[in-house]
Each structure stands twice: as structure tokens, then as C-alpha cells.
Design a protein around this ligand. Structure first.
Ligand code: ATP
Length: 251
């Protein structure tokens, strides 16, 4: 479970996230949407504990990130949009390293590492240096590394980018199975079909605020008709771009 209360982030005089309240319960796959610059990554980096909030409270699996940062971070797997990865480790070494950051090591970690590498078809590459991996293979290794310490909560920024269709299907199934077991996934995406097809609830950020939040059915009811998510999203976040473009072209 993720509990966010009155969370704000200012960069100088600019407010990137404004007094955000949000609860993502155990067992839920939550889709976090919003146009470029809406504040999604800023929010997720604060949840992951790598960016200090200006104000507000974040609890992960019941642990307050400020008062009990180690317990909160231990409960969390974070998959950033631009991950750092050690080039000079092999795939398996990177997974062992990631588990080690959470104080885990030994045969159990190796067994889970092997399972995760197999799941993403990386087994033949387990002993190859990461520097020889393709973009998609790195992405898959990063995803595997977020699961290796068995977190209760996964926060993932744009997970599908760069994955081939088979790998994105595996990832979708993994998230579904993971939430079915009572864990929590918060996932940002620009792919509205992914959000509509996969997520239990969807939140839409706009200029640092949550302008809509609920099931697809809730969002449709709030919008007053059976619109697709794309129509709801564009209405909430401003759909004047095409009109503006026509004006530019006419000019
Ligand atoms: N370090 C920083 N210093 C100043 N402003 C920042 C910083 N990081 C982000 N911002 C600003 O905060 C706002 C929110 O950015 P953020 O990266 O959270 O958006 P996002 O919703 O993840 O966007 P995208 O979909 O493009 O990834 C943007 O206006 C961005 O320019």
C-alpha cells in the first residue's frame, strides 16, 4: 500500500507537485497518467525516497518514509525511467548487487535471480557483461532487479518503453500476478491503451495536481459519457493542440 498525504515539491519558485493526496491499496495496479511535465516522475522519485519532498507524508507498506526510511525503502522496488546500470557487471552479478543493497544474499537470491532472468529470456546472457546488452535487455534486467528483493510495492516509471511485444506481455502478466498476490504497483505510462487495459484505477496529473482518479467506469461517469480514456485524458489535460497547429499552418 502507498499512502500519500499533502505531498508537494517545489523547485525554487516553481511548484511541480501541489498538495497531492493519494492512496494506492494493496492488490491494486494503479496507472499514473499525465502530459509531459505534469509531475509524475517527481512524485515517483519522492515515493522512492530519492527526492526530498518540500512538504507532505509518504507511507509505504505502513512505514513512514521520513521516520522509518530503511523499512519503507526495503518494502519498495523502484524502476526509474532513466536507470543507472553498472556496465562491468554481468546480468546475474547485477541482480546479486541489487539484492545486496537490501541486505539479501545467498542461494535464495541466486534462485530468484535465475527465475527472473529466465522469465525475461535473459538466461543465456546471465554471465555476459551488461555493456553488451541491447536497450531492451537492459530494461528487462532493471525490471528484474526491482523484484529480486521481493518488495511489497513496485513503483515504475514508463515500464513498456523499449520492450518488444513478448516482453511487454510478460511484464503485464507479472504485474497482474504480483497484485493478485496482494502487492501494489504504481505505474506511469503515456500509452493510454496500456492503462485502460491493465490498471484497476487510473489517476491523471495535470500541472502538479491530480485532476481525476478512479476506475475507468468512474472516469467515464465523471465525464458524463462512455468515452475512451484518450478522450477523457485530452479533455482533462487540454486538447487544443490540433487547433493551435491548424492556426500555425494557416498563418
Ligand atoms: N530538477 C529540477 N529542477 C527544476 N524543475 C524541475 C526539475 N525536475 C523536474 N522539474 C520540472 O517539474 C515539472 C514536472 O516534471 P516531471 O519530470 O515530474 O514530469 P512528468 O510528468 O514525469 O513528465 P514526462 O511525462 O515528460 O516524463 C516539469 O515542469 C519539470 O520541468
Amino acid at each position: 500500500m502507498i499512502e500519500i498525504t499533502s505531498l508537494s515539491k517545489r523547485y525554487g519558485s516553481f511548484t511541480a507537485v501541489r498538495s497531492l493526496d493519494l492512496v494506492v491499496p494493496a492488490g491494486e495496479l494503479f496507472g499514473f497518467l499525465g502530459p509531459n511535465g505534469a509531475g509524475k516522475t517527481t512524485t515517483m522519485r519522492m515515493i522512492a525516497g530519492i527526492l526530498q519532498p518540500t512538504a507532505g507524508i509518504i507511507r509505504i507498506a505502513g512505514h513512514d518514509l521520513r521516520d522509518a526510511p530503511l523499512a519503507a525503502k526495503r518494502a519498495l522496488g523502484f524502476i526509474p525511467d532513466r536507470p543507472f546500470i553498472y556496465e562491468k557487471l554481468t546480468g546475474m552479478e547485477f541482480l546479486r548487487f541489487s539484492a545486496g543493497l537490501y541486505g539479501q544474499e545467498g542461494p535464495e537470491v541466486d534462485r530468484r535471480g535465475e527465475e527472473l532472468l529466465a522469465l525475461f529470456d535473459l538466461e543465456p546472457w546471465r554471465d555476459e557483461l551488461v555493456e553488451s546488452y541491447s536497450h531492451g535487455m537492459r530494461q528487462k534486467l532493471i525490471i528484474a532487479s526491482a523484484f529480486v528483493h521481493r518488495p511489497k510495492v513496485i513503483v515504475v516509471d514508463e515500464p513498456m518503453v523499449g520492450l518488444d511485444p513478448k516482453s511487454s506481455k510478460i511484464l503485464k502478466d507479472l504485474f497482474r500476478e504480483y497484485t493478485r498476490r496482494g502487492h501494489t504497483v504504481m505505474m506511469s505510462t503515456h500509452t493510454l491503451e496500456v492503462a485502460e487495459g491493465m490498471c484497476d484505477r487510473i489517476g491523471i496529473m495535470q500541472r502538479g495536481e491530480l485532476v481525476a482518479c478512479g476506475t475507468m467506469h468512474d472516469l467515464q461517469q465523471a465525464s458524463g459519457n462512455d468515452d475512451a480514456l484518450e478522450d477523457i485524458f485530452l479533455r482533462l489535460t487540454g486538447d487544443g493542440a490540433a487547433r493551435d497547429l491548424m492556426e500555425v499552418l494557416d498563418a
